[in-house]
Design a protein around this ligand. Structure first.
Ligand SMILES: [Zn+2]
Ligand SMILES: [Zn+2]
Length: 134
């Protein structure tokens, strides 16, 4: 599947099924995106490729994030330690089907929906499976 940023300067090629799709409430995402929480879809690192277009690299703390050099849209998060790459869920439009919320202990406000709200991360991704009470 090929995806482009909103200005269409950058094209991404996604060649894997998502490992997970979720809403991330971490302080890093909040700051970088200027949002309360962020849509993310993660893949094996080899399944996400930037095919064309000029990008910029930025890390607020330690996680490198790749953006379109022209429109500034956040495109890819590098998760090198776990050999994965996340893309901004908004790029997927209808194909973004989140199944959980993560890093909810850092949430600005509770989001009440039918999905599980993990305080940090599910055990399957190295977390402790703890859930929030909302
Ligand atoms: Zn985050
Ligand atoms: Zn762009």
């Amino acid at each position: 599947m090929k995806l482009t940023c909103p200005c269409e300067a950058v094209t991404l090629q996604i060649s894997a099924e998502p490992i997970a799709q979720f809403w991330c409430h971490c302080a890093d995402c909040q700051t970088v995106h200027g949002a309360a929480y962020v849509a993310e879809s993660i893949y094996p690192a080899t399944g996400v490729e930037i095919v064309s277009g000029e990008t910029t690299n930025f890390a607020l703390k330690k996680t490198p994030r790749i953006s379109c050099a022209k429109c500034g849209t956040r495109l890819v998060v590098e998760l090198a330690e776990i050999e994965m790459r996340a893309i901004s869920g908004y790029l997927l439009k209808d194909a973004f089907k989140p199944s959980l919320h993560i890093h909810c202990s850092e949430a600005i406000a509770p989001v009440r929906d039918s999905l599980p709200h993990f305080a940090n991360m599910p055990a399957a991704f190295g977390g402790d499976d703890r859930l929030m009470d909302w």
